[in-house]
Design a protein. Structure first.
Length: 139
């Protein structure tokens, strides 16, 4: 049995979230997202001094995007946060974006970020490293 998790069974639905925004909000978020992507592209692909400036632009653009979306509450919490089940150790659980693919609900590892000693998928929601730990605890 797996310990309680703060990862929701449902995923964040970016299509529904985007559709819930007004046209003005979509424009603000879209511009901030484009700034972030272009800054990252410059940071990774250009030589200095543009690369150095790109990394700083990326930092600032991410801050602006977070402020636009989360601090200004453009994206309502119900799209990505939900109350935890009664009796859980957590008060809320989080809907992860689809882009990450499968995620272990015990440790948070994913296909692109495996456990330190490596792991695979024991079930749809548990990696082999955590599945083995759960069996050891049960025994």
């Amino acid at each position: 049995m797996v310990e309680p998790t703060n990862i929701a069974a449902l995923r964040f639905d970016s299509t529904a979230a985007w559709a819930s925004l007004t046209r003005d909000q979509q424009e603000l978020v879209g511009r901030a997202a484009l700034d972030l992507v272009v800054a990252r592209g410059i940071a990774e692909h250009a030589p200095d001094p543009a690369s150095r400036a790109g990394y700083e632009a990326e930092r600032l653009a991410l801050g602006a995007l977070l402020e636009t979306v989360l601090d200004a509450n453009i994206l309502e919490d119900h799209h990505w946060v939900e109350p935890a089940q009664h009796g859980s150790d957590f008060t809320e659980v989080f809907r992860l974006p689809e882009v990450i693919g499968p995620v272990c609900h015990a440790c948070g590892c994913s296909q692109e970020d495996a456990c330190g000693d490596g792991c695979g998928w024991a079930t749809e929601m548990i990696c082999t490293a955590c599945h083995g730990k759960a069996e050891d605890v049960a025994a």
